[in-house]
Ligand binder design. Structure first.
Ligand code: GLU
Length: 373
């Protein structure tokens, strides 16, 4: 079996904080230079590469002389602003020695949730790729708060993979890959070479936190792989300290763990809907509505909704939850939260009598709805 990277034309490579910053001791310029050399070779080979790099907060803390990660959001944001300078300087210097330009792209969840900004980000990235520039992406930590952040760069890497329709997402970390159990606790744990992305068993294997330096861990990586698979991309989790890791993967060698995507993918617009990490609201459905959505391919009608949470407007993305608490679908809602609360449990023919007006008979039209398996 050969690595999924071998045939990949467009790759997203994500490097974690603890790798980039030498476990928080300060930027690892040698490692950055190694990755840049390998990525430059991939480019010469005709492949397109986008880099997602963590490490802004860790590097900012180092530059500011802070030993402990601050709790206050404004301090984390300040550290990110300081550290991001170091990151982009390091990458620009490393890539320019190979005659390549870099471009800094800072994204927030809002940029990807808003359809217009999403399309803008996509066309800018496509343009940069076509120009032969290496985009260096991070979350815009300086302006994000919990409500609007993607949260970790494994997830951001998957969102970018979907955004630019990359073939493979490579998550470089300080671990060898995904183990069948936590190797720090279970001596029988073995490295998993390959599995199907989205296999629920992986989430159990990955449970537990990472190094504490970045925000991700194995679980966020496994979930990122599941997310990337929705646009057909496979994911590789490998150790970024491993000698020539990218070059070896590209030559087909299996390094780390590969989580292979299934063949079928979502249409681009449904993909965008599924990629909302934050929901504007939640609708609790009855069993009949869940069946109509999941098995019969129907739209969501107000009559199937039992309760509503959140304060959303018409056109925002809400989640649809089954009686057992699972999110079964999400979509663009046709009525705001207050109106939804008034028409739920009612037949659509009653909407006008209740609200005094009617937009659509559906609460979420099928075309604006994506099922989450
Ligand atoms: N955006 C954060 C940073 O650059 C890292 C997030 C993560 O560790 O996943 O510091």
């Amino acid at each position: 079996m050969k690595s999924v990277v071998a045939d990949a034309r467009r790759l997203v490579v994500k490097v974690g904080s603890s790798l980039v910053t030498n476990e928080g001791r300060g930027l690892d310029h040698e490692a950055v230079a190694r990755w840049a050399t390998e990525i430059a070779a991939l480019r010469r080979d005709g492949r397109e590469v986008v880099l997602v790099s963590s490490g802004a907060i860790a590097e900012g803390m180092q530059r500011l002389g802070w030993a402990a990660r601050p709790k206050a959001i404004h301090e984390l944001q300040a550290a990110a602003a300081v550290g991001q300078m170091g990151l982009v300087q390091a990458y620009e210097a490393a890539f320019s020695s190979h005659g390549l330009h870099t471009a800094q792209i800072l994204l927030t969840h809002d940029d990807l949730a808003d359809r217009r900004r999403y399309l803008n980000a996509r066309s800018t990235l496509r343009t940069l790729i076509a120009l032969g520039v290496i985009p260096i992406i991070n979350e815009n930590d300086t302006v994000t708060t919990d409500e609007i952040r993607v949260g970790d760069n494994d997830t951001l890497g998957a969102l970018v993979t979907n955004l630019i329709e990359a073939d493979v997402l490579v998550l470089l970390t300080d671990q060898q890959g995904l183990y069948t159990a936590d190797p720090r606790r279970d001596p029988a744990a073995t490295l998993l070479l390959t599995a199907k992305a989205g296999d629920p068993a992986l989430e159990a294997m990955a449970g537990g936190a990472g190094s504490g330096i970045g925000r991700g861990g194995m679980l966020t990586k496994v979930l990122a792989a599941k997310r990337a698979a929705r646009s057909g991309a496979s994911t590789v989790i490998a150790c970024g300290r491993e000698h020539a890791v990218l070059t070896r993967l590209a030559s087909g060698e299996l390094v780390g763990t590969q989580l292979v995507a299934e063949a079928q993918t979502l249409a681009a617009r449904k993909q965008w809907l599924a990629d909302h990490v934050q929901l504007a609201g939640r609708l609790a459905l009855d069993a009949g509505a869940v069946r109509a959505l999941a098995r019969e391919g129907k739209s969501l009608l107000p009559i199937g909704v039992v309760s509503v949470e959140g304060s959303f407007d018409r056109g925002e993305v809400v989640g649809c939850f089954a009686p057992d608490g699972r999110e079964v679908a999400r979509g663009l809602v046709n009525y705001g939260a207050a109106d939804t609360a008034r028409i739920l449990r009612q037949p659509s023919s009653q909407i006008e009598a209740i609200l005094g007006w009617v937009d659509e008979p559906e609460l979420i039209h099928r075309d604006n709805l994506v099922l989450l398996a």
